[in-house]
Structure formats: structure tokens, C-alpha cells
Design a protein around this ligand. Structure first.
Ligand SMILES: CSC[C@H]1O[C@H](OP(=O)(O)O)[C@H](O)[C@@H]1O
Length: 389
């Protein structure tokens, strides 16, 4: 049964949809330890900045709930939790949601109400404080996404005076929907909300080479939701804007974010920067959708963002369901094929950085941020001092 739920959780059990098998196969992996979570994230069976943070947080919660911590003293219990979180932080370095969640979870473990360090219930109090904080991350993410959807749709409606009689078309990159979050999505969440409000004419999604989050995941989500959509290759965006901007009323490129830094520079899936340049050239708004968990105020500009590089095989090989001679797809059979000379050198950065100058708006769950007169973003309205990580 097809599902858009990337993560299924109940206390003591975590199931994660294996996105490497999508869209043809729906298989959930049980993830119960930090090691299993690390591999699930590193291999991109689960991906998407918020989903990565949620799986890491909850896998360790399951581990703790099921007796994985053998420490006895409060100090050793906290040390164990912190060591596992530091290990998980290394699974993927660019998206900041994971490190922000780890900061929050460490704080929760240390803030456990301990009557006395020698109190027999001290360890239990620490474990419960961690588990409750991890569960809140899951619950808050869905709330964030529906709020981002509302703010983003309202901003675009206002920018273009969009109505059901004059709806907007938008283009999105990568996958930022239910398969990258706990549900609804960020950039794709805005598209869902525009569609629900009858303000969406058409959605275009890019293939998003080399991992194909767009063709494998976003296409699946858009078809699943019955949203009018067209898949294009990354290289077709320029021609789409040049030839169909007016006719399709393409008003915005809406993308997600892995890390928005203090000046608004944004790291996102490779190919995002090119779309920002094209959008600016064609007078199309470029909108980043990101929960405040994806904002990193410690880093001043995009130059400070570590860009993950991944293995060559993700570009020189591809997997999919077998297509029979009659053209039907046999979803029970998968195959992996080489699509390049395996001896060629490959450069495979998973992300690029879009300068804030090319970004028209950054939509968060606490409101839409636009640049001030000095051309800089200021996030204090959505991330006041007291809410900083
Ligand atoms: C709301 S997902 C944000 C972000 O994460 C994706 O990267 P990946 O698929 O490599 O985890 C993509 O960059 C999305 O825009």
C-alpha cells in the first residue's frame, strides 16, 4: 500500500520508509539503535534535513527505551547519551537540523529533574526527559510544515494577487515533502497549500540528478496527491522559463533548505543555485522554505558551510524497476545499471549555496522573512534571542 509517511513511531519502535526503493517498492526498516540510524541516514534510505534529525533523535529514544543504556549513574547516563548523539551528528554534515536537534536533546537530558544525583530514579528521569524531547521534535515538525505552507501560500498570493481564476504555477527542486519531513513538507508543503486553496495552476518538479529525489520522490508525492504536475530534467528549467513563463503563469521557484546561515545564504540540493540565477534572470520569485530548525546563526555566510561530497556511483550508476519488453514496469524486479564509464573521475557535491542576494523570501513556521533595505536578511523576528539554539 503506497504511503507518504516516511517515519512511523510509537514509543519503543521506529519504522523508516526505505526511500532508495521508492517509488516502486514500499518497505519500512525497523531502526532501533544509533548505528542503525547512522546507516539509514548515511545511505540516504531516509533523507531530507528535518527527517534526518527526527530519525536520529527517535532511534536513540528507542534505544534508550529498550534498555540500550547500561550506565548506572546520572553522569554516565548523560555521557552515554551525548556520545551517541555526537556519533549521529557525523552521519551527514551539511543539514543543520540534525545538529540543532542534538543541541536541544543534550539540553533536555541535562535538564532532567533529578531530586539528587544519588537518587535511584535519577537515570530514569534523564532517559524520560530525552525521550519526551525527541518525541516533541517529531510533533513540532508537522506543526512547522503546515505553518510554512500557510505563510508561503499567503506571501505568493499577495505577491501575484493570485486567485482561483488566476492561479500560479511554480517549480520545485529535489524533494521537500512528506518524504523529507514528518508530513506535509516545506517547499512542497507550500505547493500542497496552494493546491488546497485552489491557487495552484501547475507544479513543475526537476529530476534532481544524481540521486533523483525529484523524479523518484516528488513526482510520486505530486501524483499521489492528485496535484497537476510535470517532471522536467534539471537542464530544462531555462527553456521552461523562456518558453512557458507567461502561458503557465510561472511565478516562483520554491525550494527547501539544508542550512540557512546568518546573512541568508542557503545550502540546498545541488542545482538550487542554478535555478536561483535563472529565476532572477526571468523575473521569477525565488523562495526558500525552511523551518527555523534549519537556520544556523552561528555561521555568518555560505562560505562557512561544509558541503557533503558523495560517492561516484551515485552518478555513474542508477537503480530502478525492470521495464518489460511490452513497456510495463515489473515492480517486483529491481536492477542496477552503469550509465557511465566507471573509470571516469566524478565530482558529486550533494549541495550548493545560493547567495542571499538571489533569494526573495525565506518562509519559516514563524513567518516570511524578506530582505531589509540594506539587502540583508534579519532573522530576529523569527528567531528571537531566547529561542536560539
Ligand atoms: C525539507 S528537506 C530539505 C533538503 O534536504 C534535501 O537533501 P537530501 O535529499 O540530500 O537530504 C534537499 O536538499 C532538500 O531541499
Amino acid at each position: 500500500m503506497a504511503s507518504l509517511q516516511a517515519i512511523k513511531y510509537s514509543r519503543g519502535k521506529l519504522l523508516v520508509l526505505d526511500q532508495l526503493r521508492l517509488p516502486h517498492e514500499h518497505h519500512y526498516d525497523e531502526v532501533s539503535t544509533a548505528e542503525e540510524a547512522f546507516d539509514c541516514i548515511r545511505s540516504m534510505r531516509v533523507r531530507g534535513a528535518p527527517a534526518i534529525a527526527i530519525v536520529a533523535a527517535l532511534a536513540h529514544a528507542v534505544e534508550l527505551h529498550n534498555g540500550g543504556c547500561t550506565a548506572t549513574t546520572p553522569e554516565d547516563t548523560i555521557a552515554y547519551i551525548e556520545s551517541r548523539l555526537d556519533y549521529l551528528k557525523e552521519s551527514r554534515p551539511t543539514a543543520v537540523d540534525l545538529s540543532n536537534a542534538i543541541t536541544l536533546l543534550k539540553r533536555a537530558a541535562r535538564a532532567a529533574k533529578i531530586e539528587g544525583l544519588g537518587h535511584p530514579e535519577a537515570k530514569e528521569a534523564i532517559l524520560n526527559s530525552y525521550i519526551e524531547a525527541a518525541e516533541k521534535i517529531l510533533a513540532k515538525d508537522l506543526e512547522n510544515n503546515t505553518s510554512i505552507g500557510s505563510f508561503g501560500a499567503a506571501w505568493l498570493q499577495q505577491q501575484y494577487n493570485a486567485t482561483p481564476d488566476r492561479p500560479l504555477s511554480v517549480l520545485t527542486h529535489c524533494n521537500t515533502g512528506s518524504l523529507a519531513t514528518s508530513g506535509h513538507g516545506t517547499a512542497l508543503g507550500i505547493i500542497r497549500t496552494l493546491h488546497a486553496q485552489k491557487l495552484l495552476k501547475h507544479a513543475y518538479c526537476t529530476e534532481t540528478r544524481p540521486y533523483n529525489q525529484g523524479s523518484r520522490l516528488t513526482s510520486f508525492e505530486l501524483v499521489f496527491e492528485g496535484i497537476p504536475a510535470t517532471l522536467i530534467t534539471d537542464s530544462m528549467a531555462a527553456a521552461l522559463f523562456a518558453l512557458h513563463r507567461e502561458r503557465m503563469n510561472i511565478g516562483a521557484v520554491i525550494v527547501g533548505a539544508d542550512r540557512v546561515v546568518r546573512n541568508g545564504d542557503t545550502a540546498n540540493k545541488i542545482g538550487t543555485y542554478a535555478l536561483a540565477v535563472l529565476a532572477r534572470h526571468h523575473g521569477i520569485k525565488f523562495v526558500v522554505a525552511a523551518p527555523t530548525t534549519s537556520i544556523d546563526l552561528e555561521t555568518e555566510s555560505g562560505e562557512g558551510i561544509k558541503i557533503e561530497e558523495r560517492k561516484p556511483e551515485e552518478l555513474t550508476q542508477i537503480s530502478g524497476a525492470v521495464v518489460n519488453d511490452d513497456g510495463t514496469v515489473d515492480t517486483s524486479r529491481a536492477a542496477r545499471v552503469a550509465i557511465a564509464d566507471q573509470r571516469i573521475d566524478v565530482w558529486n557535491p550533494a549541495f550548493d549555496v545560493t547567495p542571499h542576494a538571489l533569494i526573495d523570501a525565506i518562509v519559516t513556521e514563524r513567518g516570511t522573512v524578506v530582505k531589509r533595505a540594506d539587502g540583508r536578511f534579519n532573522f530576529s523576528q523569527v528567531l528571537p534571542e531566547r529561542w536560539r539554539w
